[in-house]
Design a protein around this ligand. Sequence first.
Ligand SMILES: *Cc1c(COP(=O)(O)O)cnc(C)c1O
Ligand SMILES: [Zn+2]
Length: 504
Amino acid sequence: MVDINHYIFNRGGLVKPEQFPDDIRPHLIPAPTGEMVYRCLECGAEFAITELLYTCPHCRGLFMLEDKNAARLAERPGAFWRRLFDYRRMLNLPALSGIFRYYELIAPVIPLTDIIYLGEGHTPQVAANADLKTEVGAPFYFKNDGQNPSASFKDRGMAAALSYLNFLVKQPGAGRVLAICASTGDTSASAALYSSYLGEQVASAVILPHGKVTPQQLAQPLGSGAQVLEIPGVFDDCMKVVEALADNYQVALLNSKNSWRIRGQESYAYEIAQTFDYDLAKKTVVVPIGNAGNITAIMQGFLRLHDLKIIETLPRVVGVQSRHADPVFRYYLEPDKSKRVFVPVTVKPSVAQAAMIGNPVSMPRVIRLAAEYHRRAGADAVAVVHVSEQEIMDSMLLANRHGHIACTQGGESLAGLRAALAEGLLGRDETPVLDATAHHLKFIGFQQMYFEDAFPPEFEVTPKAAYRNRPRLLTPKTDKPEEKTADLAGQIAALLDLTPKAGR
Ligand SMILES: *Cc1c(COP(=O)(O)O)cnc(C)c1O
Ligand SMILES: [Zn+2]
């Protein structure tokens, strides 16, 4: 029996150990009772998690992590899990404060003492205000995953992947590990951040497409002390190099092939469920698709909650792609399942740069999970729309003029919601939650290009006057210090059409 007091960080927490209900107390601090293995999606082969594996050595298929002891979870009713997760909210214990609040669903093999918590997860879900609702024609929320520590949702997956690595390197003979990833910017920022927290035993190297990540995204891994290697080309080219490295050398791959990351990213679905008190009827989650790890995790997360009867209704999932990088959209254009073939596309420049991927690694996962989702919740339960670069930019700016902090990919989510509403894919009685996948500031250069009307023609973006905004430089008409302030105040009052106070 674990001593709960040992784990409470600060006895001044919301609820004292002795105040938790008797039936909950023994489960609050979980033990690693899972039995996780890598399961190949193609040939079904099973591999121990004690090895650094990313694709099946037999057939090169992708893995999903499976808990072979999952039946123990299903023995308890959904209501038990709902209560447990709600009570865990009140704990004051770092290991269970982030994505591992849902420990049993994420990685129930990692000892709590190996869990890395840097403040990820439990991001705010912010309602559109009345004006924005009117403009878009439906109520909705943004769930701001830009409010994670490295300012994107990637931290959810890294918290799981690096906690697992932290556990692994403590095994006898593990040695030093080099963690490596290719990235459209945010994966490397997150990988470098979490690796740097682990210190000596885990070094990190990131491979980026030269000139295809924003200055902010480049600065992040540099600041975390990672080796940053740039190569010519786009993300898809970097991915090939990283795969060659993972095939031939002892490295820990932190791309979304890494199935621990998918597990961690499932927390996004769990949080939405918990926020709505587990009632997901008439709810829709709108998510941008790049390498398709995020939509994989979101579908898997909801399916897992459904398996355990934690939720009764699966919410609808709408994936969004830019017309400049839309292989998943094209795949689902063919209504006849048996005729669908996946064809990678050559991407064109996109403001949704973090999702600018022509050959998504997780496509086999998406195909399987979407089929299962459709089987359980109907043919329209998962849909993919595509949107123009113009719609992405306009939607991002519109959102941010109403109190949000959406990045270009968050703008893509809103553009996708508008497309889904226009096409009648989504009823106006549904409640959409839009994934704002990163913080606005990471992609600020695109806003700058919009405001300055400086987009190269291939982006196909023409700024709308209503959304443009530029700073105005005021020049004082005098050099005399005692008159300068009054002069500038006067100029500003005239520009802003201010009304003088009575008697002045
Ligand atoms: C990685 C990323 C995406 C794309 O997510 P996938 O899991 O690759 O589909 C979208 N937006 C942002 C900000 C990202 O960093
Ligand atoms: Zn296989």
